[in-house]
Design a protein around this ligand. Sequence first.
Ligand code: AMP
Ligand code: MG
Length: 468
Amino acid sequence: MPEEPTEELTYSATKTGTRSILPADMISVEEARERILEQFARLEAIEVPVLDAVGQVLAEDVVAGFNIPPLPNTAMDGYAVRAEDTAGATYDTPLQLESIGYLPAGEVFEGSVGPGQAVRIMTGAPMPDGADSVVPFEETDEYDESDGTTPGTRSEGVWDPSRTSVRIDVEAKPGANIRVAGEDVREGETVLTEGTVIGPAQVGVLASLGRDRVLAYRRPVVAVLSTGDELLRPGEPLAPGKIYDSNAFSLAAQVRSFGGIPLVLDVARDTVEALTARIKEGLAEADMLVTSAGVSRGDFDVVKTVLANEGQVGFWTVRMKPGKPLAFGTFRGANDRPIPHLGLPGNPVSAMLTFELFGRAAIFKMLGKERGWPRPMIRAITKDRIRNTDGRRFYARVFLDEEDGQAVVRLTGPQGSGVLTSMALASAFAVCPEDRDSIEPGEECDVILADRERALYGAAASAAAPGY
Ligand code: AMP
Ligand code: MG
């Protein structure tokens, strides 16, 4: 029995005067995602502070304007010397050099190291002229082998400038303990290329190049709209017959975790006119509209009417559970700008799961990470029976663990699509295929790592392949 009838399509087609691109028969998760993704494109590049760009994609080639390090510098605390002056030095036959100065990191030595001379130098300080190597403190008389300290610094915490000579215990090779200029980055080199996903190391590299802002593909603003007369916002007192609007919050949190910017609109329950105005106003800045509930057959018509009036929407049934009914179309926002609209089912688990499967990929595509959305998938043994009653792909909420080196999963409890705690306890989804009635305890199954950080697993994770 088809639950989402073709009339819905006819309805939207009549309202909009255009043929819907979306047929109403049951489609696979993959097909639904493909059709949805067709309507999304990477957003434009904007300049953002480097730290805010974590998770975004670089929209420029980053070329070094200078060497890093800019000057040759010492990799060790010690004495900058001329290697030839240390020839023949051993612990038994040390030699003395004249100590002519002290150089902390951040300063440049004014003079030059001549024959028989040395400069006391701290890690990172540029090499003084004339010196070609560094003898670490450990190989000078500044090192006390009995307790590993440097007598020259021990008493006062600073070097004693009255010390005018230093004992050298080993020969230095030219270039010893020196980092050459440009060792990390050479002037003119392309250090990061357009298309790179920006993570902590890339932020560090940008900062090392002196960049405080960077060009990155913009984060999508995703408007989140809850619909239903039963909904109260958290913070309001609970009233008979009412429930709190959890979808707006779980969906907004998902938007954020996927790299988007959530824009939570007021709960929709007014007249067509009021709702139209409110949504349009809310959508002035949005790149995508996500609604929950209000678009399935039993629902009060306001939202459907508004969406059909203001755009084109198709109603699909997707071969998945939870989350079969799904609406997808284009909403005309401010200035008639087309905004893709994903209409999710109202049940809290269904809303989250459909947004995980479809919204995540859409946000990733807008961010320019078109192939980055799949979660890792592993094989694991189920400890519980996973029942699949009606020929749809079942995503069981499970907790992933490891026993005797083997990845195992257990159901998080009751699996109803209204049982939001089944999501909260889950670190993964175990997949029961469309053509299986059950997966029995002890059997292997595909497991999507939805929350790697919460999952307890070991070797199994290294076998993870991208999946859904
Ligand atoms: P519907 O899709 O409107 O039939 O809703 C299905 C179920 O989801 C009902 O029990 C609704 O009360 C519930 N529901 C709908 N929207 C929300 C929401 N924003 N937060 C929590 N539950 C919701
Ligand atoms: Mg409802």
